[in-house]
Design a protein around this ligand. Structure first.
Ligand code: HEC
Length: 490
């Protein structure tokens, strides 16, 4: 007896094959329909590369960083594997989002796929949680400080804030307990959630069939999916799409395989070219380090910067909460039977605002990052505080009135050599309130509420680095004069 016959008799392989592969699938599916399976491919890449990394990784502050260095330098193909894991993580976020946009724009979250949409939203959140927990594991500066900011933000949640921080960090401080927690979440809890949810998600896709192109479910449809006759209409219309349809195997699988293979090749190339990066080991005492989150959290951080400090925590909690509620509520609020975006102006509008807005914020964040990293013409290496000051200098448009090395406005004095003559302390009090120095100074005051004391200090620190035209570095020759403190009459 052939081995397949032997197996078939026991576990009905043929039946399984019929259910999974010999399915009829609606005709004219698009390439956009491959995004979900491409995401699944990446999940498999993450399981394999993650298992390899876990073999060498040591989740303790004393050894985590060294174990990553060991993977990068000593383990054969270790840096490729780690690079793939990092890049596949980014791609997974992008593809999950793209898949959601596809489902949204084809109205595929509508009857009867509401439950699968909810699972999809859950999967997206779990993917983000993977990114957040994975970011800490290398225990370098970037990892430590970004997680510090992230867990601090959870602390601003009303009522449960302190509890959340404690839960995430495993204590008041970010340390060994935090690393153990994040590691356990990253390699045990989250894979368990994601794996289970993916299986249910796919089982529902097999059971309900792939959503067809939109017009197949629009002609002659009842107005709302909640109308009593809609279920019957749907059954008939969906069956019709399958009559002219194709087979899942091999027609659909072929497309999926092409896209999946393309994505894996892209990840290998990116991993070989750029690797995963590793900064200096985490230094909890270096408070001047400017934390940068992983890029897919950047639009959110950029949004926070647009609001004054007092509103920041409201926005930090409010915006994600609103998005999750909107996504979860979507299939229950939107019961109109139209599926094509052409007939859903509100859906089209919200999609453009959400995607355009995030894209714009991401662009702004990246531009700021590049500005921060730009080298000084003098060749001076700036500390992170000085770089932050340089960014503020640009943001406050100091250059519209002041020249620095030949560039800028004429209204104020040239600042090219300001660092030679003035100390940081003098600059700080001057920027805070120029009128205290010269009652008729035309220089605007930058003291609170315009800028915080920290931001003023950053600018002051930056100004002290301006020591002459390009290529010249003059020695400081400070002659500060502070305004007289008004005498207090007795
Ligand atoms: C609207 C034009 C204007 C803008 C904008 C402006 N300044 Fe000024 N700034 C002036 C003028 C005018 C003076 C000279 C005032 C005086 O007579 O004391 C001055 C003076 C200064 C001085 C003192 C120089 C010295 O040696 O006495 C510093 C430092 C300075 N500005 C830095 C800044 C920085 C940093 C910013 C951005 C945060 C900025 N300025 C924005 C117009 C401007």
């Amino acid at each position: 007896m052939r081995p397949s016959g032997w197996l078939d008799e026991r576990i009905d392989l043929r039946g399984l094959r019929r259910a999974l592969l010999d399915r009829e699938v609606p005709d004219r599916l698009t390439w956009w329909h491959t995004l979900g399976s491409a995401t699944l491919t990446l999940f498999l890449v993450q399981i394999v590369t993650g298992a390899v990394l876990a073999t060498f990784y040591s989740p303790s502050p004393d050894h985590a960083y060294d174990s990553i260095v060991f993977v990068e330098r000593t383990v054969r193909a270790g840096s490729l594997v780690r690079g793939m894991h990092r890049w596949a993580a980014s791609f997974m976020v992008v593809l999950t989002l793209a898949h959601m946009v596809r489902v949204f724009s084809m109205g595929a979250y509508k009857y009867p796929r509401e439950i699968n949409w909810l699972l999809g939203v859950g999967l997206f959140l779990v993917v983000m949680a993977f990114g957040f927990t994975g970011y800490l594991l290398p225990w370098d500066q970037k990892a430590y400080w970004a997680t510090q900011v992230g867990t601090n933000m959870a602390g601003t949640t009303p009522i449960v804030g302190a509890f959340l921080v404690d839960l995430l960090r495993g204590g008041a401080q970010l340390g060994a307990a935090t690393l153990s927690r994040f590691y356990a979440l990253h390699v045990l809890w989250l894979p368990l959630f994601l794996g289970t949810m993916v299986i249910v998600h796919l089982a529902l896709v097999v059971r309900q069939g792939i959503a067809p192109r939109t017009n197949a479910l629009e002609d002659g449809a009842p107005r709302r999916t909640s109308d009593p006759e809609y279920a019957q209409y749907y059954q008939r219309a969906y069956a019709a799409t399958k009559r002219s349809g194709v087979r899942f195997w091999p027609d659909i699988i072929a497309k999926d395989a092409i896209v999946g293979a393309g994505v894996v090749v892209a990840i290998v190339l990116l991993a070989l070219t750029f690797g995963a990066g590793l900064e200096a080991p985490a230094d909890p005492t270096d408070t001047s380090y400017v934390p940068r989150p992983e890029w897919y959290f950047l639009p959110f951080f950029q949004l926070l910067k647009l609001f004054p400090g007092s509103m920041e925590s409201t926005i930090a909690i409010g915006v994600p909460l609103f998005l999750v509620i909107a996504l979860v509520g979507l299939p229950f609020f939107d019961r109109r039977s139209q599926r094509s975006l052409r007939h859903r102006p509100l859906a089209l509008g919200s999609m453009i605002v959400a995607l355009g807005g995030s894209g714009f914020l991401l662009g702004a964040a990246i531009r700021e990052d590049l500005q921060l990293a730009r080298p000084e013409p003098s060749g001076a290496v700036l500390t992170s505080v000085q770089r932050a000051g340089r960014a503020q200098f640009a943001q406050q448009q100091c250059g519209s009135c002041h020249k620095v090395r030949g560039e800028g406005g004429e209204d104020g004095p040239d600042l090219t050599e300001i660092g030679v003559h003035r100390s940081a302390a003098w600059l700080h009090s001057y920027l805070e309130q120029p009128k205290r120095f010269h009652p008729d100074a035309d220089m605007p005051s930058f003291g609170p509420p315009v800028l915080s004391h920290q931001e003023i200090e950053e600018i002051a620190q930056y100004l002290t680095t301006l020591r002459g035209p390009p290529g010249v570095e003059l020695k400081p020759d400070i002659h500060d004069t502070f305004p007289e403190v008004p005498k207090v009459s007795k």
